[in-house]
Design a binder for this molecule. Sequence first.
Ligand code: NDP
Ligand code: DGY
Length: 322
Amino acid sequence: MAVFVTRRIPAEGLRLLSQASGCRVQQWDSDEPVPRAELLAGVAGARGLLCLLSDRIDREVLDAAGPGLKVISTLSVGFDHLALDEIKKRGIRVGYTPDVLTDATAELSVALLLSACRRLPEAAEQVKSGGWTTWKPLWMCGYGLSDSTVGIIGLGRIGQAVARRLKPFGVSKFLYTGSGPKPESAAEFGAEFVPLTRLAEESDFVVVTCALTPATQGLCNKDFFSRMKKTSVFVNTSRGAVVNQEDLYEALAQGRIAAAGLDVTTPEPLPTDHPLLSLRNCVILPHIGSATYATRSTMAVLAAKNLLAGLRGEPMPHELQL
Ligand code: NDP
Ligand code: DGY
């Protein structure tokens, strides 16, 4: 069974594949993305494909693979890079990596929120540049979580884990939005299901943890930011395309919102001359939500197990229901 792995992945995952009987592994053994031509060539004749969120798996790739492709295993919980309709039509099974990265991503979301609202990168820069001249009562002030209202867009696994971590900071109210109320998930935080407009208007902190779908693409736009309070902080750890970045730039540059923290952008990587990078009130990270050694290793093992189970026609540890 030929398997194509589109990137260098943690050794534990690759070892599982290499040691599996009957499995012949071909890999793009680099930290850099596989060039499209290499992807199309590498996948030809493969029965299994282990891919990353940065690989666009569309009709062209599926055609290049041919009818022998039976399983796609993505090293991610997000699956917006997969052409699911086409994959389903061809009877290909898909594995993904939910749960195992929830804690790491929630932790990073909280770190990013605190960095943005307490202006950590800006303040640290002042220490290095000599801007720190004395203790000043009105200098480097930001916004804290005590008695705040936090609005969560997408109260899924990561959204709940973020709320669980923020609650002990003294948050007084949680709001959330999504495709419908989730009373069981919301009960732990006393979170109230509200329309997106009300979430924007009432939240001191907005945290985006939804999946990228046609319904969430561009959800945070000019109208959304114009409803937010001038003192509010916006954080996105889902996917860049949930946000209209031009609208976010205007809102930040004109002081219509206080600050933003982004772990995800459009495109990725964000060009170094992008206007958002010129703003002092915007903290941008290079999509590192799940980047702890342990989490990435566990993700790789899970992705390998999903792939092997799919190749053997067995139940996968985590199969996406198409
Ligand atoms: P879940 O499926 O558990 O949660 C996704 C949530 O999105 C659901 O609660 C769902 O709500 C919500 N959602 C769907 N449609 C809408 C909508 N129209 N408006 C608001 N919310 C909506 O996934 P996870 O929590 O495990 O992961 C969420 C996303 O986080 C992933 O898809 C991925 O894109 C991103 N991610 C980013 C990482 C990073 O490194 N920055 C790391 C890991 C994940 P409902 O149930 O009501 O439909
Ligand atoms: C995912 O899994 O979807 C993240 O974006 C990376 O871990």
